[in-house]
Ligand binder design. Sequence first.
Ligand code: C2O
Ligand code: CU
Ligand code: CU
Length: 505
Amino acid sequence: MPSRRDFLRLTAAGAASLALPTERLAALAGDPLRPFQVPLRIPPVAEPVLRAGGRDLYEMTMREARVEMIPGVRTTIWGFDGRFPGPTFKVKRGREVVVRRINRLKVPTTTHLHGGKVPWKSDGHPSLLIPPGGAYEYVYPNDQEAATLWYHDHLCKKTSRNTYMGLAGMYIIEDEEEESLNLPRGRYDVPLVLQDRDFNKRGELRFRDAVDEILGNVVLVNGRPTPYMKVAARKYRFRILNASHTRGYRLALDNRMPLIQIASDQGLLTAPYPAPDIPLWPAERAEVIVDFSLFPVGTSVVLHDLQDPTDPASARPVMRFDVAREAEDTSSLPPVLRPVERLLPGPGTVRREFVLSQNLDKNRWEINGKPFDAARVDAEPRLGDTEIWTFVNRSSMVHPMHVHLVRFQILERSNAPITPGELGWKDTVRVDPSANSVSIIMRFEGFTGRYMFHCHNLAHEDHSMMGQMLVRPGDDATARAAEPEFAGGYAAGRAGLPFRCDFRS
Ligand code: C2O
Ligand code: CU
Ligand code: CU
Protein backbone atom coordinates (compact mmCIF):
# COMPACT_ATOMS: atom_id res chain seq x y z
CA MET A 1 0.00 0.00 0.00
CA PRO A 2 1.35 3.46 -0.79
CA SER A 3 1.66 5.16 2.58
CA ARG A 4 1.05 8.84 3.11
CA ARG A 5 4.75 9.22 3.85
CA ASP A 6 5.67 7.73 0.45
CA PHE A 7 3.55 10.33 -1.23
CA LEU A 8 5.09 13.08 0.82
CA ARG A 9 8.56 11.98 -0.22
CA LEU A 10 7.47 11.66 -3.82
CA THR A 11 5.94 15.08 -4.01
CA ALA A 12 8.76 16.77 -2.10
CA ALA A 13 11.20 15.47 -4.72
CA GLY A 14 8.89 16.50 -7.54
CA ALA A 15 8.48 19.98 -6.11
CA ALA A 16 12.22 20.54 -5.81
CA SER A 17 13.04 19.47 -9.35
CA LEU A 18 10.18 21.16 -11.14
CA ALA A 19 10.35 24.56 -9.43
CA LEU A 20 6.60 24.78 -9.21
CA PRO A 21 4.80 28.05 -8.49
CA THR A 22 4.33 28.82 -4.80
CA GLU A 23 0.65 28.12 -4.90
CA ARG A 24 1.30 24.64 -6.22
CA LEU A 25 4.01 24.07 -3.62
CA ALA A 26 1.55 24.92 -0.92
CA ALA A 27 -0.91 22.43 -2.33
CA LEU A 28 1.78 19.76 -2.45
CA ALA A 29 3.01 20.45 1.05
CA GLY A 30 0.44 18.01 2.40
CA ASP A 31 -0.83 14.68 1.19
CA PRO A 32 -1.73 14.96 -2.49
CA LEU A 33 -4.48 12.46 -1.91
CA ARG A 34 -6.05 14.63 0.78
CA PRO A 35 -9.58 15.43 -0.38
CA PHE A 36 -10.59 18.60 -2.21
CA GLN A 37 -7.12 19.53 -3.53
CA VAL A 38 -8.03 19.52 -7.20
CA PRO A 39 -10.88 20.97 -9.23
CA LEU A 40 -13.29 18.61 -10.95
CA ARG A 41 -12.59 18.14 -14.64
CA ILE A 42 -15.30 17.67 -17.21
CA PRO A 43 -14.32 15.23 -19.97
CA PRO A 44 -14.50 16.83 -23.44
CA VAL A 45 -17.47 16.05 -25.65
CA ALA A 46 -16.58 13.79 -28.60
CA GLU A 47 -16.92 15.47 -32.00
CA PRO A 48 -17.78 13.55 -35.18
CA VAL A 49 -15.20 13.61 -37.97
CA LEU A 50 -17.96 13.42 -40.57
CA ARG A 51 -21.71 14.07 -40.68
CA ALA A 52 -23.18 12.49 -43.78
CA GLY A 53 -26.09 10.41 -45.03
CA GLY A 54 -28.05 10.85 -41.82
CA ARG A 55 -25.32 9.38 -39.66
CA ASP A 56 -22.33 10.70 -37.77
CA LEU A 57 -18.91 9.11 -37.95
CA TYR A 58 -16.58 9.34 -34.98
CA GLU A 59 -13.02 8.18 -34.70
CA MET A 60 -11.56 7.20 -31.40
CA THR A 61 -8.07 5.90 -30.74
CA MET A 62 -7.28 3.69 -27.79
CA ARG A 63 -3.79 4.58 -26.69
CA GLU A 64 -1.42 4.90 -23.81
CA ALA A 65 -0.95 8.35 -22.32
CA ARG A 66 0.60 10.02 -19.29
CA VAL A 67 -1.94 12.19 -17.56
CA GLU A 68 -2.17 14.18 -14.35
CA MET A 69 -4.61 12.59 -11.96
CA ILE A 70 -2.83 13.19 -8.64
CA PRO A 71 -1.60 16.80 -8.46
CA GLY A 72 1.98 17.11 -9.70
CA VAL A 73 2.26 13.47 -10.77
CA ARG A 74 2.01 11.83 -14.20
CA THR A 75 0.22 8.51 -14.40
CA THR A 76 0.28 6.05 -17.30
CA ILE A 77 -3.19 5.19 -18.53
CA TRP A 78 -4.84 3.41 -21.46
CA GLY A 79 -7.56 5.71 -22.65
CA PHE A 80 -9.97 6.42 -25.47
CA ASP A 81 -8.14 9.27 -27.22
CA GLY A 82 -5.64 9.00 -24.37
CA ARG A 83 -8.12 10.24 -21.74
CA PHE A 84 -9.24 8.96 -18.34
CA PRO A 85 -12.22 8.74 -18.56
CA GLY A 86 -12.77 8.89 -22.33
CA PRO A 87 -14.60 11.76 -24.07
CA THR A 88 -18.35 12.01 -23.48
CA PHE A 89 -20.64 11.25 -26.41
CA LYS A 90 -23.74 13.40 -26.73
CA VAL A 91 -26.01 11.98 -29.39
CA LYS A 92 -29.61 12.41 -30.50
CA ARG A 93 -32.18 9.66 -30.38
CA GLY A 94 -32.74 8.13 -33.82
CA ARG A 95 -29.56 9.55 -35.33
CA GLU A 96 -27.19 6.71 -36.17
CA VAL A 97 -23.62 6.91 -35.01
CA VAL A 98 -20.65 4.93 -36.29
CA VAL A 99 -17.60 4.86 -34.05
CA ARG A 100 -14.41 3.75 -35.72
CA ARG A 101 -12.24 2.55 -32.87
CA ILE A 102 -8.55 2.26 -33.54
CA ASN A 103 -6.43 0.14 -31.23
CA ARG A 104 -2.95 1.57 -30.69
CA LEU A 105 -2.42 -0.40 -27.49
CA LYS A 106 -0.21 -3.48 -27.19
CA VAL A 107 -3.17 -5.64 -26.20
CA PRO A 108 -6.40 -6.61 -27.96
CA THR A 109 -9.59 -4.78 -26.98
CA THR A 110 -13.33 -4.88 -27.63
CA THR A 111 -15.69 -2.05 -26.71
CA HIS A 112 -19.20 -2.45 -25.35
CA LEU A 113 -21.85 0.27 -25.25
CA HIS A 114 -23.43 -0.43 -21.88
CA GLY A 115 -27.19 0.09 -22.05
CA GLY A 116 -27.19 0.44 -25.83
CA LYS A 117 -29.70 -1.33 -28.07
CA VAL A 118 -27.21 -2.22 -30.79
CA PRO A 119 -26.59 -5.04 -33.34
CA TRP A 120 -24.66 -7.81 -31.66
CA LYS A 121 -21.61 -7.33 -33.85
CA SER A 122 -21.36 -3.81 -32.44
CA ASP A 123 -21.94 -4.95 -28.88
CA GLY A 124 -18.36 -5.70 -27.89
CA HIS A 125 -18.83 -9.47 -27.83
CA PRO A 126 -15.70 -10.97 -26.22
CA SER A 127 -15.15 -12.95 -29.42
CA LEU A 128 -14.98 -9.91 -31.71
CA LEU A 129 -11.62 -8.43 -30.91
CA ILE A 130 -9.72 -5.46 -32.22
CA PRO A 131 -6.11 -6.67 -32.36
CA PRO A 132 -3.25 -4.27 -31.59
CA GLY A 133 -2.90 -2.03 -34.63
CA GLY A 134 -6.41 -2.92 -35.80
CA ALA A 135 -9.67 -0.99 -36.03
CA TYR A 136 -13.38 -1.80 -35.93
CA GLU A 137 -16.52 0.15 -36.78
CA TYR A 138 -19.24 0.03 -34.19
CA VAL A 139 -22.74 0.96 -35.35
CA TYR A 140 -25.02 2.56 -32.77
CA PRO A 141 -28.56 3.21 -34.05
CA ASN A 142 -29.52 5.25 -30.93
CA ASP A 143 -33.08 4.09 -31.48
CA GLN A 144 -33.97 4.33 -27.79
CA GLU A 145 -35.15 6.85 -25.24
CA ALA A 146 -32.85 9.46 -23.71
CA ALA A 147 -30.52 7.93 -21.14
CA THR A 148 -27.04 8.04 -19.70
CA LEU A 149 -25.12 5.07 -21.09
CA TRP A 150 -21.42 4.35 -20.98
CA TYR A 151 -18.86 2.57 -23.07
CA HIS A 152 -16.09 0.37 -21.77
CA ASP A 153 -13.79 -2.47 -22.65
CA HIS A 154 -15.21 -6.02 -22.63
CA LEU A 155 -12.20 -8.19 -23.43
CA CYS A 156 -12.42 -11.85 -22.47
CA LYS A 157 -10.87 -12.29 -18.98
CA LYS A 158 -9.17 -8.89 -19.21
CA THR A 159 -12.08 -6.47 -18.85
CA SER A 160 -10.94 -5.54 -15.33
CA ARG A 161 -7.41 -4.73 -16.39
CA ASN A 162 -8.36 -2.77 -19.52
CA THR A 163 -11.05 -0.81 -17.74
CA TYR A 164 -8.85 -0.19 -14.69
CA MET A 165 -6.25 1.36 -16.99
CA GLY A 166 -8.91 3.76 -18.27
CA LEU A 167 -10.94 2.29 -21.13
CA ALA A 168 -14.33 3.73 -20.13
CA GLY A 169 -16.40 6.82 -20.91
CA MET A 170 -19.92 8.23 -20.84
CA TYR A 171 -22.42 8.11 -23.70
CA ILE A 172 -25.48 10.32 -23.42
CA ILE A 173 -28.56 9.91 -25.62
CA GLU A 174 -30.81 12.97 -25.75
CA ASP A 175 -34.35 13.24 -27.10
CA GLU A 176 -37.03 15.87 -27.62
CA GLU A 177 -39.31 14.65 -24.85
CA GLU A 178 -36.58 15.16 -22.31
CA GLU A 179 -35.51 18.47 -23.79
CA SER A 180 -39.07 19.80 -23.49
CA LEU A 181 -38.85 19.38 -19.71
CA ASN A 182 -36.32 22.22 -19.47
CA LEU A 183 -34.08 20.45 -16.97
CA PRO A 184 -30.70 22.09 -16.30
CA ARG A 185 -28.56 21.79 -19.42
CA GLY A 186 -25.25 22.81 -20.96
CA ARG A 187 -22.65 23.56 -18.28
CA TYR A 188 -25.26 22.81 -15.63
CA ASP A 189 -25.60 19.22 -16.85
CA VAL A 190 -22.52 17.50 -15.44
CA PRO A 191 -21.23 13.93 -15.81
CA LEU A 192 -19.67 12.40 -12.70
CA VAL A 193 -17.81 9.14 -13.33
CA LEU A 194 -16.89 7.42 -10.05
CA GLN A 195 -13.95 4.99 -10.05
CA ASP A 196 -11.82 3.82 -7.15
CA ARG A 197 -8.15 3.16 -7.85
CA ASP A 198 -4.87 2.32 -6.16
CA PHE A 199 -1.62 4.09 -6.99
CA ASN A 200 1.91 2.89 -6.30
CA LYS A 201 4.74 5.02 -4.93
CA ARG A 202 5.56 6.43 -8.34
CA GLY A 203 1.96 7.42 -8.84
CA GLU A 204 1.22 4.67 -11.36
CA LEU A 205 -2.05 2.78 -11.33
CA ARG A 206 -1.67 -0.48 -9.49
CA PHE A 207 -3.89 -3.15 -10.99
CA ARG A 208 -4.09 -6.51 -9.28
CA ASP A 209 -6.18 -9.21 -10.85
CA ALA A 210 -8.45 -10.77 -8.24
CA VAL A 211 -11.33 -13.21 -8.13
CA ASP A 212 -13.44 -11.54 -5.43
CA GLU A 213 -12.89 -7.82 -5.39
CA ILE A 214 -10.85 -5.05 -6.92
CA LEU A 215 -10.97 -2.05 -4.59
CA GLY A 216 -8.91 1.16 -4.56
CA ASN A 217 -8.08 3.54 -1.72
CA VAL A 218 -8.75 6.62 -3.79
CA VAL A 219 -12.13 7.57 -5.22
CA LEU A 220 -11.69 9.36 -8.53
CA VAL A 221 -14.39 11.55 -10.01
CA ASN A 222 -13.83 12.08 -13.73
CA GLY A 223 -10.27 10.84 -13.15
CA ARG A 224 -9.34 13.16 -10.26
CA PRO A 225 -9.07 12.24 -6.57
CA THR A 226 -11.93 13.54 -4.39
CA PRO A 227 -12.16 16.87 -6.25
CA TYR A 228 -14.03 20.08 -5.55
CA MET A 229 -16.27 21.93 -7.97
CA LYS A 230 -17.17 25.61 -7.86
CA VAL A 231 -20.88 25.89 -8.54
CA ALA A 232 -23.39 28.68 -9.00
CA ALA A 233 -26.32 29.10 -6.62
CA ARG A 234 -28.82 27.42 -8.94
CA LYS A 235 -30.02 23.97 -10.08
CA TYR A 236 -27.61 21.44 -11.58
CA ARG A 237 -28.18 18.07 -13.14
CA PHE A 238 -25.55 15.48 -12.24
CA ARG A 239 -25.29 12.22 -14.17
CA ILE A 240 -23.58 9.87 -11.75
CA LEU A 241 -22.07 6.66 -13.08
CA ASN A 242 -20.50 4.06 -10.85
CA ALA A 243 -17.72 2.83 -13.14
CA SER A 244 -15.87 1.14 -10.25
CA HIS A 245 -14.94 -2.52 -10.40
CA THR A 246 -16.39 -3.80 -7.13
CA ARG A 247 -17.24 -0.84 -4.89
CA GLY A 248 -20.87 -0.03 -4.21
CA TYR A 249 -21.60 3.49 -2.95
CA ARG A 250 -24.40 4.90 -0.85
CA LEU A 251 -24.38 8.49 -1.99
CA ALA A 252 -25.74 11.33 0.11
CA LEU A 253 -25.14 15.01 0.86
CA ASP A 254 -23.37 15.71 4.14
CA ASN A 255 -25.96 18.31 5.14
CA ARG A 256 -28.65 15.63 4.95
CA MET A 257 -30.60 17.39 2.22
CA PRO A 258 -32.10 14.73 -0.05
CA LEU A 259 -30.68 14.15 -3.51
CA ILE A 260 -33.50 14.66 -5.98
CA GLN A 261 -33.19 11.60 -8.20
CA ILE A 262 -34.69 12.07 -11.66
CA ALA A 263 -33.27 9.14 -13.62
CA SER A 264 -31.75 5.69 -13.29
CA ASP A 265 -29.82 3.46 -15.73
CA GLN A 266 -32.19 3.83 -18.67
CA GLY A 267 -33.46 7.36 -18.36
CA LEU A 268 -36.01 9.39 -16.46
CA LEU A 269 -38.14 8.12 -13.61
CA THR A 270 -41.87 8.88 -13.71
CA ALA A 271 -41.38 11.64 -11.13
CA PRO A 272 -38.51 13.17 -9.15
CA TYR A 273 -37.70 11.18 -6.01
CA PRO A 274 -36.15 12.93 -3.01
CA ALA A 275 -33.71 10.22 -1.98
CA PRO A 276 -32.14 10.36 1.50
CA ASP A 277 -29.32 8.37 -0.06
CA ILE A 278 -28.74 6.54 -3.33
CA PRO A 279 -27.16 3.10 -3.43
CA LEU A 280 -25.12 2.78 -6.60
CA TRP A 281 -23.46 -0.50 -7.51
CA PRO A 282 -21.01 -1.05 -10.36
CA ALA A 283 -22.42 0.03 -13.74
CA GLU A 284 -25.54 1.62 -12.26
CA ARG A 285 -26.37 5.24 -13.02
CA ALA A 286 -28.38 7.78 -11.06
CA GLU A 287 -29.15 11.29 -12.18
CA VAL A 288 -29.90 13.90 -9.58
CA ILE A 289 -30.88 17.53 -9.37
CA VAL A 290 -29.17 19.59 -6.68
CA ASP A 291 -30.44 23.11 -6.14
CA PHE A 292 -27.52 25.12 -4.78
CA SER A 293 -29.69 28.22 -4.47
CA LEU A 294 -30.75 26.68 -1.17
CA PHE A 295 -27.26 27.32 0.19
CA PRO A 296 -25.74 30.75 0.74
CA VAL A 297 -22.83 31.75 -1.48
CA GLY A 298 -19.62 30.82 0.32
CA THR A 299 -20.88 27.54 1.73
CA SER A 300 -19.85 24.05 0.72
CA VAL A 301 -21.65 20.77 0.56
CA VAL A 302 -19.98 17.39 0.32
CA LEU A 303 -21.24 14.44 -1.66
CA HIS A 304 -20.21 11.49 0.41
CA ASP A 305 -20.42 7.76 0.55
CA LEU A 306 -22.21 6.49 3.65
CA GLN A 307 -20.39 3.29 4.42
CA ASP A 308 -22.70 2.59 7.30
CA PRO A 309 -25.91 4.68 7.16
CA THR A 310 -26.43 4.36 10.93
CA ASP A 311 -23.00 5.83 11.66
CA PRO A 312 -22.39 9.29 10.12
CA ALA A 313 -18.72 9.06 11.12
CA SER A 314 -18.22 6.22 8.65
CA ALA A 315 -18.95 8.45 5.65
CA ARG A 316 -16.12 9.16 3.26
CA PRO A 317 -16.06 12.09 0.89
CA VAL A 318 -16.52 11.67 -2.87
CA MET A 319 -16.37 15.34 -3.88
CA ARG A 320 -17.20 18.82 -2.62
CA PHE A 321 -19.38 21.54 -4.14
CA ASP A 322 -18.41 25.11 -3.29
CA VAL A 323 -21.21 27.58 -3.88
CA ALA A 324 -19.21 30.41 -5.40
CA ARG A 325 -21.61 32.84 -7.06
CA GLU A 326 -25.20 33.83 -7.70
CA ALA A 327 -26.67 32.91 -11.05
CA GLU A 328 -29.85 33.15 -13.01
CA ASP A 329 -31.79 29.92 -13.31
CA THR A 330 -34.46 29.48 -15.95
CA SER A 331 -34.42 25.68 -15.77
CA SER A 332 -37.24 23.72 -14.16
CA LEU A 333 -37.81 20.58 -12.19
CA PRO A 334 -41.27 19.39 -13.30
CA PRO A 335 -43.31 17.28 -10.84
CA VAL A 336 -43.87 14.65 -13.55
CA LEU A 337 -41.05 13.50 -15.83
CA ARG A 338 -42.33 10.84 -18.22
CA PRO A 339 -44.71 7.89 -18.32
CA VAL A 340 -43.05 4.53 -17.71
CA GLU A 341 -45.13 1.66 -19.07
CA ARG A 342 -45.16 -1.13 -16.48
CA LEU A 343 -44.31 -4.50 -17.96
CA LEU A 344 -46.61 -7.21 -16.67
CA PRO A 345 -46.33 -10.97 -16.93
CA GLY A 346 -48.81 -12.59 -19.33
CA PRO A 347 -49.71 -16.20 -20.17
CA GLY A 348 -46.81 -16.46 -22.63
CA THR A 349 -44.16 -15.04 -20.31
CA VAL A 350 -41.03 -17.17 -20.22
CA ARG A 351 -39.41 -17.56 -16.82
CA ARG A 352 -35.77 -18.34 -16.23
CA GLU A 353 -33.77 -18.76 -13.06
CA PHE A 354 -30.08 -18.05 -12.68
CA VAL A 355 -28.30 -19.23 -9.55
CA LEU A 356 -25.19 -17.23 -8.71
CA SER A 357 -22.50 -19.05 -6.80
CA GLN A 358 -18.81 -19.29 -6.09
CA ASN A 359 -16.82 -22.37 -7.00
CA LEU A 360 -14.04 -22.42 -4.42
CA ASP A 361 -12.31 -25.48 -5.89
CA LYS A 362 -11.96 -23.90 -9.29
CA ASN A 363 -11.51 -20.38 -7.86
CA ARG A 364 -14.21 -18.82 -10.01
CA TRP A 365 -17.82 -17.60 -10.08
CA GLU A 366 -20.60 -19.48 -11.82
CA ILE A 367 -24.11 -19.02 -13.16
CA ASN A 368 -26.27 -22.14 -12.81
CA GLY A 369 -23.13 -24.07 -11.92
CA LYS A 370 -21.30 -23.18 -15.13
CA PRO A 371 -18.45 -20.87 -16.04
CA PHE A 372 -18.68 -18.70 -19.15
CA ASP A 373 -18.18 -20.36 -22.52
CA ALA A 374 -18.67 -18.36 -25.73
CA ALA A 375 -19.30 -21.61 -27.60
CA ARG A 376 -22.35 -22.31 -25.41
CA VAL A 377 -25.72 -20.58 -25.42
CA ASP A 378 -27.39 -20.23 -22.02
CA ALA A 379 -30.72 -18.71 -23.01
CA GLU A 380 -32.56 -18.28 -26.31
CA PRO A 381 -35.16 -15.57 -25.91
CA ARG A 382 -37.32 -14.73 -28.93
CA LEU A 383 -37.60 -11.21 -30.23
CA GLY A 384 -40.88 -9.65 -29.14
CA ASP A 385 -41.21 -11.92 -26.11
CA THR A 386 -41.48 -10.84 -22.51
CA GLU A 387 -39.40 -12.77 -20.02
CA ILE A 388 -38.96 -12.82 -16.26
CA TRP A 389 -35.51 -13.65 -14.98
CA THR A 390 -34.83 -14.44 -11.35
CA PHE A 391 -31.30 -14.16 -10.03
CA VAL A 392 -30.74 -16.18 -6.86
CA ASN A 393 -27.59 -15.25 -4.98
CA ARG A 394 -26.13 -18.27 -3.22
CA SER A 395 -22.94 -16.55 -2.22
CA SER A 396 -21.70 -14.06 0.33
CA MET A 397 -21.11 -11.14 -2.03
CA VAL A 398 -23.38 -8.68 -3.85
CA HIS A 399 -23.71 -9.29 -7.59
CA PRO A 400 -24.75 -6.32 -9.73
CA MET A 401 -26.31 -8.26 -12.61
CA HIS A 402 -26.45 -6.74 -16.06
CA VAL A 403 -28.23 -7.87 -19.23
CA HIS A 404 -27.08 -6.55 -22.60
CA LEU A 405 -29.47 -5.31 -25.34
CA VAL A 406 -32.58 -4.88 -23.20
CA ARG A 407 -33.90 -2.54 -20.57
CA PHE A 408 -35.80 -4.12 -17.70
CA GLN A 409 -37.92 -3.39 -14.67
CA ILE A 410 -37.43 -4.82 -11.21
CA LEU A 411 -40.44 -6.87 -10.11
CA GLU A 412 -39.30 -8.07 -6.75
CA ARG A 413 -36.39 -8.18 -4.36
CA SER A 414 -36.65 -10.89 -1.71
CA ASN A 415 -35.09 -8.96 1.16
CA ALA A 416 -36.03 -5.34 0.64
CA PRO A 417 -38.64 -3.13 -0.92
CA ILE A 418 -37.92 -1.64 -4.33
CA THR A 419 -37.22 2.05 -3.80
CA PRO A 420 -38.81 4.71 -6.05
CA GLY A 421 -35.33 5.26 -7.50
CA GLU A 422 -35.37 1.67 -8.79
CA LEU A 423 -38.83 1.76 -10.32
CA GLY A 424 -37.76 3.14 -13.69
CA TRP A 425 -36.03 1.36 -16.57
CA LYS A 426 -32.83 -0.38 -15.55
CA ASP A 427 -30.10 -2.48 -17.12
CA THR A 428 -28.14 -3.44 -14.01
CA VAL A 429 -29.51 -4.57 -10.65
CA ARG A 430 -27.91 -5.40 -7.36
CA VAL A 431 -28.63 -8.89 -6.04
CA ASP A 432 -27.96 -9.11 -2.32
CA PRO A 433 -26.03 -12.01 -0.79
CA SER A 434 -27.09 -14.97 1.30
CA ALA A 435 -29.85 -16.64 -0.71
CA ASN A 436 -31.59 -13.40 -1.63
CA SER A 437 -33.09 -12.99 -5.05
CA VAL A 438 -34.26 -10.37 -7.52
CA SER A 439 -36.76 -10.83 -10.34
CA ILE A 440 -36.71 -8.61 -13.40
CA ILE A 441 -39.05 -8.37 -16.39
CA MET A 442 -38.03 -7.35 -19.88
CA ARG A 443 -39.17 -7.43 -23.48
CA PHE A 444 -36.70 -8.44 -26.15
CA GLU A 445 -36.59 -5.77 -28.80
CA GLY A 446 -34.37 -4.53 -31.55
CA PHE A 447 -31.95 -7.19 -32.67
CA THR A 448 -31.30 -10.87 -32.81
CA GLY A 449 -27.90 -12.36 -32.15
CA ARG A 450 -25.43 -13.08 -29.38
CA TYR A 451 -25.40 -10.99 -26.26
CA MET A 452 -23.93 -11.28 -22.80
CA PHE A 453 -25.42 -11.15 -19.35
CA HIS A 454 -23.10 -11.05 -16.38
CA CYS A 455 -22.12 -9.75 -13.00
CA HIS A 456 -20.69 -6.23 -13.28
CA ASN A 457 -18.27 -6.68 -10.42
CA LEU A 458 -15.49 -6.90 -13.00
CA ALA A 459 -13.47 -9.28 -10.83
CA HIS A 460 -16.41 -11.68 -11.01
CA GLU A 461 -17.04 -11.08 -14.70
CA ASP A 462 -13.42 -11.85 -15.56
CA HIS A 463 -13.59 -14.95 -13.41
CA SER A 464 -16.35 -16.50 -15.44
CA MET A 465 -19.57 -15.02 -14.00
CA MET A 466 -21.07 -14.44 -17.42
CA GLY A 467 -23.60 -16.11 -19.68
CA GLN A 468 -24.51 -15.81 -23.33
CA MET A 469 -27.96 -15.44 -24.81
CA LEU A 470 -28.85 -15.98 -28.43
CA VAL A 471 -31.81 -13.79 -29.27
CA ARG A 472 -33.86 -15.54 -31.97
CA PRO A 473 -36.40 -14.11 -34.38
CA GLY A 474 -39.97 -14.04 -33.10
CA ASP A 475 -43.33 -13.71 -34.83
CA ASP A 476 -43.82 -9.98 -34.79
CA ALA A 477 -42.90 -7.48 -37.46
CA THR A 478 -39.86 -6.05 -35.67
CA ALA A 479 -38.46 -9.55 -35.49
CA ARG A 480 -38.85 -10.22 -39.20
CA ALA A 481 -37.18 -6.94 -40.02
CA ALA A 482 -34.19 -8.03 -38.00
CA GLU A 483 -33.80 -11.48 -39.57
CA PRO A 484 -31.16 -10.79 -42.23
CA GLU A 485 -28.71 -9.64 -39.58
CA PHE A 486 -29.65 -12.66 -37.52
CA ALA A 487 -28.92 -15.13 -40.31
CA GLY A 488 -25.33 -13.94 -40.67
CA GLY A 489 -24.60 -13.76 -36.99
CA TYR A 490 -26.19 -17.06 -36.18
CA ALA A 491 -24.39 -18.95 -38.93
CA ALA A 492 -21.06 -17.49 -37.85
CA GLY A 493 -21.82 -18.53 -34.30
CA ARG A 494 -22.63 -22.09 -35.27
CA ALA A 495 -19.50 -22.34 -37.35
CA GLY A 496 -17.43 -21.50 -34.29
CA LEU A 497 -16.49 -18.16 -32.97
CA PRO A 498 -13.35 -16.53 -34.27
CA PHE A 499 -11.88 -16.27 -30.79
CA ARG A 500 -12.21 -18.85 -28.09
CA CYS A 501 -13.38 -17.41 -24.80
CA ASP A 502 -14.02 -20.06 -22.18
CA PHE A 503 -12.91 -21.18 -18.74
CA ARG A 504 -12.74 -24.90 -19.38
CA SER A 505 -9.05 -25.29 -18.67
CU1 C2O B 1 -21.11 -2.72 -18.78
CU2 C2O B 1 -21.28 -6.38 -20.41
O1 C2O B 1 -21.16 -4.56 -19.54
CU1 CU C 1 -23.91 -3.88 -21.27
CU1 CU D 1 -20.64 -10.81 -8.84
